[in-house]
Design a protein around this ligand. Structure first.
Ligand code: VGL
Ligand code: ZN
Length: 205
């Protein structure tokens, strides 16, 4: 049983958005066509309260992309993004959501970030995605979406740790940093993830 996880395909993560991932919108036609190859399609949505502590604007004197220590965890400071109920937080209007059975929101606790769709960055609280996938009989998880060096990456690590056979559809993701993405791909592969191309899936009979 194969599930497609569509990670954070939201307005703020595409060009024109507050935390734009270069080429982020280019994956949308691809992920739409991929959906028909899966038994289950699930999405995640970055969903921060205003004033979230991952925002540089919450730390006087700090600028976006600086690193700080946040309650003992390394934290990259971001521009304000995906603020609950704002247009930037909405799933991209070109994303076909007709087959998306559930949307898991994350990043709602004001004092901790949550890159993974499974857990916050401190692994303190689960979103329930692991139990949901197990309950649906999922064995194989395929990840696509944004950003390849953050939320796709950390979601893949948690999918691996949960014991799912984990695949990353590398041409159906885009990253904030090329170097970060290279390192993330190497780490995911070392930890057992399968790096695949969408053409491998669409060609499957
Ligand atoms: C993300 C940074 C901050 C992501 C979310 O979806 O990759 N990155 N919040
Ligand atoms: Zn975020």
């Amino acid at each position: 049983m194969k599930a497609l996880l569509l990670i954070d395909i939201q307005n703020d993560f595409v060009p024109g958005g507050r935390l734009a991932v270069p080429g982020g919108d280019a994956i949308i036609p691809l992920v739409n066509s991929l959906q028909t190859k899966f038994d289950l399609v699930v999405a995640s949505q970055d969903w921060h309260p205003a004033g979230h502590l991952s925002f540089a604007s919450s730390h006087p004197g700090r600028a976006p992309f600086e690193q700080i220590d946040l309650h003992g965890l390394p934290q990259t400071l971001w521009p304000d993004h995906c603020v609950q109920e704002t247009p930037g937080a909405a799933l991209h209007p070109a994303l076909d959501t007709r087959r998306v059975e559930a949307i898991f929101r994350k990043g709602m606790a004001p004092d901790i970030d949550s890159y993974s769709a499974f857990f916050d960055n401190g692994h303190r609280k689960a979103t329930g995605l692991t139990a949901y996938l197990r309950g649906r009989g999922v064995t194989d998880v395929y990840l696509a979406g944004l950003a390849g060096d953050f939320c796709v990456y950390f979601s893949a690590l948690d999918a691996l740790a949960a014991g799912f056979t984990t695949h990353v559809v590398t041409d159906a993701t885009r990253a904030i940093s090329d170097d970060g993405f290279r390192a993330a791909l190497a780490d995911m592969e070392t930890k057992g993830a399968h790096l695949v191309l969408s053409s491998d899936l669409v060609a499957d009979p």
